[in-house]
Design a protein around this ligand. Sequence first.
Ligand SMILES: [Cu+2]
Length: 378
Amino acid sequence: MKSLRTALGTLVLALLTAGCSLEGDYPQSSVAPTSDFALMIHELYADIFWWTLLILAVVWVVLAYILIRFRARPDSPVPKQIHGHMGLEIGWTIGPALIVVAISIPTIQAVFATQQGDPEGSLVVDVIGHQYWWEFRYPDSGLITANEVHIPVDRPVSFRISSDDVIHSFWVPMLGGKRDANPMRIRPEGEDPKYNWIHLTANETGTFWGQCAEFCGDSHSLMGFRVVVEDEAGFQAWQADLATPVAAPATAAADPAQDTTTADAAPAPAQVAQVDPLVEQGREIFHQQTCIACHAIAGTNAMGEIAPNLTLFGRRSSLAAGWLENTPENLQAWIKAPQDIKPGALMPGVAVAGGNWPATNLTDDQVEAIAAYLYSLR
Ligand SMILES: [Cu+2]
């Protein structure tokens, strides 16, 4: 009786926790496909799941029958021994082998289908893994961004995946993946670069979360990114904005609260005549600091190529490769002490050296101004 109660309690607990995990917003769900690629894998998974469940049900019914029908009764004789029964031995070897073959056929088909070449007219996006952030390049337009990549809905996209240091793995659970990012982009003279590819067509707009899925160092688990799937017009507008040097004209930092409400709806940069002195001050400091040795902002003297490109940075929803919400406060904390937020981050802080550059020794006021400036890049 006691064990029955324990068993029931465990079952209720299991159902409760399972129930909880089905509610709410799970941006890294791998059972909510939003692209042809993800759907193909999901269908394969679901098919195998239901067949497995059917097999399980058959096994349980047979097991229950045997347990009850042949249970030991008082004075029952020793049952007939069937050790080495030829028919049974062959049956339960061939049965599972057939099941494995049945599973492998659609699996191998899916493996080949997801390895198909570059579909005609697809948008190629270079995905380059770095410790611990993601770079995205559009070879057609020459545009570069980081940690938040935009793609159009209903149009084939080919992610060309590689790495600049160690092995990473590109994974956007709802869109598809995962594929290793290998450091084979830059090859010795005479050898071709090697890439892994993911070809997919997103069929829903929205922001999808991605994550590095291959252990790559201290902050591997903090190496996320976002994929923003937009309609064609929104995507074109975003690309046009990225191509226009946004830092050159004095863009006023409007009220941040107001900015967040309009950021998604109105992609055009706010052309406000009024100038925020804090932003101007931050602009001046940033462009005189070591920041520009590593970071680039289109149209300015910041042309570093070894750190996330900060063009339109203020529009990103996340900071530090998908790890923090992009707010002026978080931005200040990051500029002050990146390693406190991401162990091993290759960027110097106010008091600690990083990425082979000495500590910046910036004052709190300077950091606040730089944060205001970066946040105004929208
Ligand atoms: Cu990683």
